[in-house]
Write a protein that binds this ligand. Structure first.
Ligand code: FE
Ligand code: FE
Ligand code: MG
Length: 164
């Protein structure tokens, strides 16, 4: 880790790290929820929905990569075991027990709304006291906002089909 890079953080590094550990747990759980959801999903518009779920899964994995790189830069230790994900998560995990398209979309929309809240909170808390974490959180928040919108648009289209 870079010493000067850590020195410029104008707040308790452990506070930043705690926020990042939790976000890291969320990203892995979100990744798996999308990935397994894409495998089991069933119903109308399935192919388009699978493509979107897999794209979002790839984004969540990329977010996990970004967050863990920042954890390491700050001198922290990323969560080393999947069981730690459940102890640290903000947003939890919704198993796709009901594979119907509308239900899967609903679960993932809820997840995105939680992610938006989490990254918005990180941005507010960290602010310019840690510009590198701030910038990372802004980039991820932009993706989460897009994810929510994509899923809500699919859900709306599906609503039209299911009513006719
Ligand atoms: Fe994410
Ligand atoms: Fe997302
Ligand atoms: Mg998308």
């Amino acid at each position: 880790m870079g010493t000067k890079g850590r020195e410029i953080v104008g707040m308790d590094v452990n506070v930043v790290l705690d926020l990042l550990y939790k976000a890291y747990a969320d990203e892995w759980l979100a990744y798996y929820q999308y990935w397994i959801g894409a495998k089991v999903v069933a119903g109308p518009m399935k192919d388009g929905i699978i493509a979107e779920l897999l794209q979002h899964a790839a984004d969540e994995l990329r977010h996990a990569d970004m967050v863990t790189n920042r954890i390491i830069q700050l001198g922290g230790t990323p969560l080393l075991s999947p069981k730690d994900w459940f102890d640290n998560t903000n947003c939890g995990y919704d198993a796709p027990g009901d594979p119907f398209v509308q239900k899967i979309l609903e679960q993932n929309i809820k997840g995105e709304q939680c992610a938006i809240t989490v990254y918005n909170k990180i941005i507010q808390e960290v602010g310019l006291k840690d510009p590198v974490t701030y910038n990372m959180a802004v980039q991820i928040l932009q993706d989460e906002v897009e994810h929510e919108e994509d899923l809500q648009a699919l859900s709306e289209d599906l609503g039209v089909i299911l009513k006719t």
